[in-house]
Design a protein around this ligand. Structure first.
Ligand code: ZN
Length: 146
């Protein structure tokens, strides 16, 4: 099977709005800029956070609330198409004042203190998510399996 390949296109580098929701901001930016495929990275801090853990037995996301100020030690994700829209999928690692780390799937509820992001747009075929029976997740289509 021929693997899909992509070429670098635009790179967006910027600071996100204080007080805004991190996932909502990423979703807004990738849709406003029509970024259909890409990668996301970032660092910064949150006023409060929330992450999700995907329970493989129940096939449901379990939400974890973190009601304190946190460092974003790593934000890593990608952009593809889901339900005809640009869809950011990211995971985040957060640390508290003792340096203890928490992490998971980026979900709504991460209130930005400060956040610097780099979004690399990629050009190539359309990378689309569809429901995957085995995992219960909207994953990239079979044509993108390595
Ligand atoms: Zn995830």
């Amino acid at each position: 099977m021929a693997l899909p390949t992509y070429q670098p296109k635009r790179v967006f580098i910027g600071r996100l709005k204080h007080g805004a929701d991190l996932l909502q901001e990423l979703t807004r930016i990738v849709n406003e800029e029509n970024i259909r495929t890409g990668s996301i990275s970032g660092i910064g801090g949150l006023i409060r956070g929330a992450v999700a853990f995907y329970n493989q037995q129940t096939k449901q996301y379990e939400r974890i609330e973190l009601n304190e100020s946190l460092e974003i030690t790593s934000l890593a994700g990608n952009v593809s198409i889901f339900k005809q829209r640009s869809f950011p999928h990211a995971h985040i690692t957060l640390s508290d004042k003792q340096g203890r780390a928490f992490g998971g799937h980026l979900t709504q509820g991460c209130e930005i203190w400060a956040c610097e992001v780099v979004i690399q747009e990629l050009e190539g075929g359309t990378l689309t998510r569809e429901f995957d029976e085995t995992t219960g997740l909207p994953l990239w289509k079979d044509s993108s399996i390595l």
